[in-house]
Ligand binder design. Structure first.
Ligand code: FRU
Length: 487
């Protein structure tokens, strides 16, 4: 496919389509040394429309190559979100010769004058995802009277020797099992009376994670929650930690936990079939929000994905609670391998500014500070003379904020310019360790060893001219601030 030159807002290293609209990542799977990213794609416009599965591949989760459309609408409907797995042992019968890929997706059928119908369908590929054949017996799962019944995430459950499917059913998550991906049996429902229900439940994912520093394994259930104008956040993703016995999910507690404190992380799911020797749980989300996704500035294309991240589980010392920790995948560290600027061991005086000159289209900034007596420690990313994004930290409040009001256009939504906040749990850490990933139209923050993340779109004319650091109402000791760029 022809590559379009860099245009305003086009990310350098986050995936975005050459043309037209994308939303959710779909069918994330690793196979034959390629990471596959399928995604909700409307090939005839830059707003949401009849859904196809677009397709991109990567060797390193940083450089993506867009390929031809993988799945087109058919008589069962348009192609909504879903997952892909490697059928290693030909349980499906689709692969008499060699293992291949099976996509499990929602067929969304709209017939004039009738309510839309959502069923689950299969397609398979024997050529590394380049071409696909729809299964003749589609749809493989149909349940009457469930208008919202979608986004199947399938995985092989070793202990029970079966495929499991989690899918969103309006306000609950349905669990199904199958020996062959074709015949599905209902196992259980989860979600009634628990979790946040301020919007339609979508795009679930279920996977085990090991608690950091232990051998303990827990199951994590991600549930994205659609936009509802009654709330300020738009669409966002919650998660539950608990046990899964091959049939039902039992949460450890009734807390509502959010995966990301920014506005632009939605419908994220994890890769299937990452080799055991690698062992990572790698996750990518759509970097937008249903509140304004159709209206963000665009240039013939609209929508991008977050950085690929690894997910882990950490037990908080303060209260014993288990929380998800997320880190940019290490491949991003390899991509940003050149030190473009560095400041070390500096006392940030009250009311003073430190300026770091760096003209970059994409970068990572790592900040390490201690003895933060200042009421506010600030980092300003100056996109150009007029446009900037501000990140502030208050040690007393244990709160980090991202302000994008001056970061470029925001008049497409009342909500976009509002500050975003995240509060650290437990006692204030002695040290502030912050990682910032910046691209042409996004800022992703990782704080407190990954236990707090904030993903934000911004639409400046340029990515960065310089960075300033400041302290107000006291001092802060800067251990280091490093700006990393590509070679
Ligand atoms: C989530 C979602 C899914 C659906 C898809 C349609 O963003 O609404 O539930 O399958 O997008 O594009």
């Amino acid at each position: 496919m022809e590559t379009i030159k860099k245009t305003a807002y086009r990310p350098l290293w986050h995936f975005a389509p050459q043309q037209n609209w994308i939303n959710d990542p779909n069918g994330l799977v690793y196979f034959n040394e390629e990471y596959h990213l399928f995604y909700q794609y409307h090939p005839h416009g830059s707003t949401w429309g009849p859904m196809h599965w677009g397709h991109a591949v990567s060797k390193d989760l940083v450089h993506w190559e867009e390929l031809d459309i993988a799945l087109y609408p058919d008589e069962n409907g348009t192609i909504f979100s879903g997952s892909a797995v490697v059928d290693w042992h030909n349980t499906s019968g689709f692969f008499p010769d060699e293992p291949g890929l099976v996509a499990v997706f929602t067929s969304h059928l709209e017939v004039k004058g009738e309510p839309a119908v959502q069923t689950q369908s299969l397609a398979y590929s024997r050529d590394n995802g380049r071409t696909w054949t729809k299964h003749e017996g589609n749809p493989v799962l149909r349940v009457a009277d469930k208008p919202d019944f979608r986004d199947p995430k399938v995985f092989w459950h070793k202990d029970s020797g079966k495929w499991m499917m989690v899918l969103a059913a309006g306000q609950t998550i349905s669990f199904y099992s199958s020996p062959d991906l074709k015949v599905w049996e209902h196992e259980s429902e989860f979600g009634d009376g628990i979790g946040f229900h301020g919007g339609v439940w979508e795009c679930p994912d279920l996977f085990p994670l090991t608690v950091e520093g232990t051998d303990e394994s827990k199951w994590v259930l991600l549930v994205s929650v659609g936009d509802n104008p009654e709330y300020n956040e738009g669409s966002r993703t919650q998660y539950f930690v608990g046990e899964f016995d091959g049939s039902a999910f039992a949460p450890d507690d009734r807390e509502v936990r959010w995966l990301d404190f920014g506005r632009d992380n939605y419908a994220g799911v994890s890769f299937s079939d990452i080799p055991e020797a690698d062992g990572r749980r790698i996750y990518i989300a759509w970097m937008s929000n249903w509140r304004y996704a159709n209206h963000v500035p665009s240039n013939g294309w609209r929508g991008s994905m977050t950085a690929a991240r690894t997910l882990g589980l950490k037990r908080l010392e303060e209260n014993g609670e288990l929380v998800i920790v997320q880190h940019p995948v290490e491949e991003i560290g390899t991509y940003f391998s050149r030190v473009a600027a560095e400041v070390e061991d500096l006392l940030l005086a009250d009311g003073r500014k430190e300026i770091i000159d760096c003209k970059l289209d994409a970068f990572e900034l790592r900040l390490d500070a201690e003895q933060i007596e200042a009421r506010e420690l600030g980092i300003v990313l100056h996109h150009n003379e007029e446009q900037y994004t501000t990140i502030t930290y208050s040690a007393e409040e244990k709160e980090l904020a991202l302000l994008r009001e001056h970061a470029g256009p925001h008049d497409f939504s009342d909500m976009f310019a509002k500050p975003q906040h995240m509060k650290l749990q437990g006692s204030a850490p002695d040290r502030l360790r912050l990682r910032i990933l910046a691209d042409a139209a996004s800022v992703e923050l990782f704080l407190a060893d990954g236990s707090a993340a904030m993903t934000s779109l911004v639409f400046p004319d340029q990515t960065c001219q310089k960075v300033t650091l400041y302290a107000v109402g006291g001092t802060a000791q800067l251990v280091s601030c490093t700006v990393l760029a590509t070679e």
